[in-house]
Design a binder for this molecule. Structure first.
Ligand SMILES: *Cc1c(COP(=O)(O)O)cnc(C)c1O
Length: 387
């Protein structure tokens, strides 16, 4: 094994693809201009690069380049979408529908909006992590302005029924937003086919750099309007002020171009490795898969191990870099609210591993991981039998 620990936390962040770095380099050095400088060649070079990146991003999700707003990442995109719609559509209503397994970037923003007058419905999920479409439709009122449901879950990989959700939203003339940070670049996401009105995603989850992302905002049928959340120079058509992060945007564009070209074959290759890992680990006594097996992103596997103590498990697994079913919120370790929403006990949530495979994962790494996890769990079970 060339490098330990083996990186299996691609849902947290992906490594930068060397081809993306290469595309970015000139914009960190000689082409340092401000894309808003209209009067000289430095500015023009930067603006041209941003235009090209906007086209590369748009091509990946099948939208018009003018529908892309560059941001600092998916957290900002989620904030801009939710707050921007809440402000803009205040005349129509104040009701937002979302799901209790959303990312904190959505949930915390909704909580903030509740403090300033929003009414938010948090839909539950079933044991597979999926929402109930009838429950969604029943939650809609004349005051509902937005439905926000993530595309693929960051912990379980579960993919919600996006076309069905957007059909319901259309029927009731409610806007539909999706946090597609884990899905864009991994599976085909098409804002026309899926009838998405707003969509957040991020470069560092798809082999691009950190600190740059995008928000898609539909401009036709319907024309979606949002209120800017940052005032300044009126960049990005007045919707997100601030000097553009040109190297970052070039990196996001290149990352999108690579995904466009390689996504289908890459997903197949990663899924094969994921399925191998999963089938091997599910042979361990007391193991179980979390999330709908057949509605999942190809690179994620979330597995719980009954009768195994969570902390010891993670400490023992020194050769693989994975996430567990717990989250450090304000210095205390808490079980994952996403796994709890699927009905897992605190104990089982702690004894959970999230395997996030990626572009640079190899079959040899998977074999090593299977052996390593088996050994650590066996050792743990022996030790607890002695107690
Ligand atoms: C990583 C992630 C985010 C946050 O993205 P940043 O670009 O790091 O702000 C939001 N939503 C989901 C689903 C994510 O996986």
């Amino acid at each position: 094994m060339r490098q330990l620990p083996i990186y299996l936390d691609n849902n947290a962040t992906t490594p930068l693809d060397p081809r993306v770095l290469e595309a970015m380099m000139p914009y960190l050095t000689q082409h340092f201009g401000n894309a808003a400088s209209r009067h000289h060649a430095y500015g023009w070079a930067a603006e041209e690069a941003v235009d090209q990146a906007r086209e590369q991003v748009a091509a990946l999700i099948n939208c018009h380049p003018k529908e892309i707003i560059f941001t600092s990442g998916a957290t900002e995109s989620d904030n801009l979408a939710l707050k921007g719609v809440f402000d803009m559509y205040a005349v129509k209503g104040n009701h937002i529908i979302t799901v209790n397994t959303e990312h904190k970037a959505v949930l915390d923003t909704c909580q903030h909006l509740e403090k300033i007058g929003a009414h938010v419905t948090y839909l539950p999920v079933n044991a597979e992590g999926l929402i109930d479409l009838q429950e969604l439709e029943a939650a809609i009122t004349p005051r509902t302005i937005l439905i926000s449901v993530m595309y693929g879950n960051n912990e379980t990989g579960v993919i919600q029924p996006i076309p069905e959700i957007s059909t319901i939203a259309r029927k009731h003339e409610v806007l539909f937003m999706t946090d597609a940070t884990q899905a864009v670049g991994k599976v085909p996401v098409d804002v026309e086919a899926d009838q998405i009105d707003l969509m957040a995603f991020s470069a560092h989850k798809m082999y691009g750099p950190k600190g740059v992302g995008a928000l898609y905002v539909r401009r036709n049928n319907p024309k979606v309007k949002i209120t800017a959340q940052m005032d300044g120079g009126g960049h990005e058509r007045g919707r997100r002020s601030g000097t553009l992060n040109v190297p970052g945007i070039v990196g996001l564009g290149k990352a999108c171009e690579l995904c466009c070209l390689e996504m289908v074959s890459e997903a197949e290759r990663i899924k094969n490795m994921r399925d191998y890992l999963e089938s091997e680990l599910l042979q361990i006594d007391g193991s179980r898969l979390n999330g709908a097996k057949n509605y999942r992103l190809p690179h994620v596997s979330n597995i719980s191990f009954d009768h195994v103590e969570g902390e010891g498990l993670l400490l023992g697994l020194k050769d693989i870099a994975v996430s567990s079913g717990s989250a450090c919120t304000s210095a205390v370790i808490e079980p994952s609210y996403i796994l709890k929403a699927l009905g897992l006990s605190d104990e089982l949530a702690y004894a959970t591993l999230r395997f996030g495979l990626g572009r640079f994962t190899t079959p040899e790494q998977m074999e090593y991981t299977v052996r390593h996890v088996r050994e650590v769990i066996q050792r743990q079970k022996k030790m607890s039998a002695l107690l």
